[in-house]
Design a protein around this ligand. Structure first.
Ligand code: ACM
Ligand code: ZN
Length: 613
């Protein structure tokens, strides 16, 4: 990084600095995602109402960014800072200085009398503030004025820049629908973790959620399913209650702006050619016409009713994208592309004739033809497409990016073909998977995928050459909402695992699980203030049985929280510090019940867990 504001930098005292995660006298420094470089000293800068804000190159944008500091202080500390016209030479100040840094980068110089934020764009200044908030006492995240708090920030120096340009979080608002208040809270959480792409899943078999003026039925009718499956998608039991919800274009426009002010770009997803049943239920002429009637899906899964690649379908999709482009400024749009069964196309005379006319080998090439045709239209409108792995089938569209979810293979293939890739492998980055023992967790789609598993995943596959690895542009955590009917359940599934994905997307440093987990423990205090209903399973013992013989099981017990010791019993009694310490796998028989707790420094952390044969 280069720093233009030498004058400002010269004003700073240079102290004796400690490293990033070291404790200052009062508390641990715990920033998530971890900055690239930081050093801290023993002094503090203390915010009070006499402190002022100075913006070196004032603009509407930077004034708005600085406003986030005042908003936090007003809410939690009960005062705001006045803006200074000139660089304050006396008294305490926070100075935002355009240092010509690359996008999203920032530096923070904190001395007892002054905080200097160096940035190159609004995002950099905004991210500097997110870091600054995490250097303040947790109470800065409170929703009401906190009395008796000293608003101290440790003195030090931070240089920071993202590892990847694309740091995404997906939310499926089709399987379940969430109101705008929750979406804003969701995006606030993303911004706090420097996550900059909101992948908004808006169309599905189970509901169409985006108002399209030209096709009003999409929301009048397509938002509704007549009922919803109860429990597992295969339960065969339904609740008999109509379920719907959609976002009006006015709501979308306001939300786009809300996100933009937090440096989050919305990537809207309009699914094609599969996952289209809600649209087809409204406009059956978009299908291959093989069924007597079409209904919005009432259970989760994959449906054979897909768009038929005929002119009226393309006209419909082009019209839909025209309105999408009006609403969403993002250059990149997501076209889905996943899980498109080929059965209808095999039986459809039009599709078969099209395959012959275009000299295509099969229905996979027909899918590729479909997507290439849509890409051509979208590119001509100045936008680019990203699609799930399956858009590789039958050949990638020339300019498409790939979101790799089936594993790593699609991402590897695409990168080797010099297409940009976002890594979202389901067994690592799907947040609808269990995060702990399925026996004691709410219903989920797969897994388990623990917090630690997510943290440990390396999103740049090792088989890629350094040249190919450059095509990995980022990571994304995906929240598919089959089993998340409420915002509370979304938060439970998403956090703190998304903290791990955010850190892997931002921080260049080598993995350090213990360091991350320790910082996370402090970070959870912030999430408490923010009223985020996260899961704290990583503090709990995780008991696994493996079949040995008919009568025996091999037991392993683990805990992901660092510096913890597991104590267990086999007679059903509650373990204490005096109970045996788990050291290695052991065998139990049918009469025994494993009960375990995790302890640190003689105190229980997390919950008691047990498992019976
Ligand atoms: C997907 O999970 N079907 C992309
Ligand atoms: Zn067809």
């Amino acid at each position: 990084m280069k720093f233009r504001n030498a004058y400002i930098t010269l004003l700073l005292g240079v102290g004796l600095f400690l490293s990033c995660t070291q404790k200052t006298q009062e508390r641990q420094i715990a920033i998530i995602p971890q900055p690239q470089m930081c050093e801290f000293g023993d002094d503090v800068f203390t915010f009070d109402k006499n402190c002022r804000i100075y913006i070196g190159d004032p603009s509407e944008e930077l004034t708005r960014v600085a406003g986030f500091l005042n908003e936090k202080l007003a809410t939690a500390a009960g005062f705001t800072l006045a803006f200074a016209e000139e660089l304050p030479l006396e008294g305490k100040s926070v100075c935002l200085m355009d240092a010509g840094l690359p996008p999203e980068q920032y530096a923070l110089h904190i001395t007892p009398g002054r905080i200097v934020i160096d940035y190159g764009d609004g995002a950099g200044a905004f991210y500097a503030l997110q870091t600054l908030f995490q250097l303040l006492p947790d109470a800065i995240f409170a929703s009401g004025v906190q009395l008796g708090v000293r608003w101290d920030v440790p003195c030090g120096y931070i240089e920071d820049a993202p590892r990847f340009p694309y740091r995404g979080m997906h939310l499926d608002c089709c399987l379940h629908f969430y109101d705008m208040d929750f979406l804003r809270k969701f995006v606030d959480m993303m911004a706090l973790h420097k996550v900059n792409r909101f992948h908004w899943h808006l169309t599905e078999d189970q509901g169409w959620r985006l108002e399209i003026k030209k096709y009003p039925l999409l929301t009048e009718k397509g938002q509704w399913r007549k009922e919803t499956v109860i429990g597992s998608l295969k339960s065969g039991v339904y609740d008999g209650t109509p379920y719907g919800g959609y976002y009006s274009q006015d709501e979308v426009r306001a939300f786009v702006q809300y996100c933009a002010e937090r440096y989050v770009t919305i990537i809207p997803e309009i699914e094609l050619p599969g996952h289209a049943l809600a649209a087809i239920a409204c406009y059956p002429e978009l299908s291959c016409g093989l069924e007597d009637s079409y209904e919005v899906a009432t259970r989760w899964g994959i449906f054979r009713q897909v768009y038929c690649p005929k002119e009226e379908t393309f006209k419909f999709l082009e019209d839909v994208f025209d309105e999408v482009f009006e609403l969403f400024p993002s250059k990149l749009v997501h076209i889905g592309g996943d899980e498109c069964p080929k059965k209808s196309w095999q039986q459809c005379p039009h599709c078969q004739a099209l395959i012959r006319k275009e000299g295509l080998k099969d229905e996979y090439e027909l899918q590729s033809w479909f997507i290439k045709r849509m890409e051509k239209y979208i590119n001509a409108k100045g936008h680019e497409i990203i699609g799930w792995d399956e858009i590789l089938q039958g050949g990638l569209a020339p300019n498409a990016k790939v979101m790799s979810w089936l594993g790593e293979e699609g991402g590897i293939k695409a990168a080797q073909q010099h297409h940009e890739v976002v890594m979202a492998p389901h067994n690592r980055y799907y947040l609808d998977y269990w995060q702990a023992d399925p026996d004691s967790e709410p219903l989920a789609m797969g897994g388990p995928t623990t917090l630690r598993t997510m943290y440990e995943y390396n999103p740049v596959p090792e088989v890629l050459t350094p040249q190919e690895a450059k095509y990995i542009i980022g990571v994304e955590g995906c929240v598919w909402t089959e089993y998340m009917p409420t915002p509370a359940r979304v938060e439970y599934m998403a956090w703190p695992r998304m903290c791990a994905i955010a850190e892997r997307g931002w921080t260049k440093a080598e993995k350090d699980w213990d360091g991350f987990a320790r910082r996370l423990e402090a970070h959870l205090g912030r999430l408490d203030h923010l009223d985020v209903g996260y899961c704290d399973a990583f503090y709990n013992p995780y008991i696994v049985f493996r079949k040995d013989t008919e009568y025996d099981r091999v037991v392993t017990i683990s805990v992901d929280a660092p510096d913890a010791e597991i104590h267990y019993t086999l007679d059903g009694s509650v373990p204490t510090a005096a109970s045996p310490v788990y050291e290695k796998p052991f065998v139990i028989n049918k009469q025994q019940k494993v009960t375990a707790i995790a302890m640190r420094d003689g105190k229980q952390i997390g919950k008691l867990k047990y498992k019976t044969f």
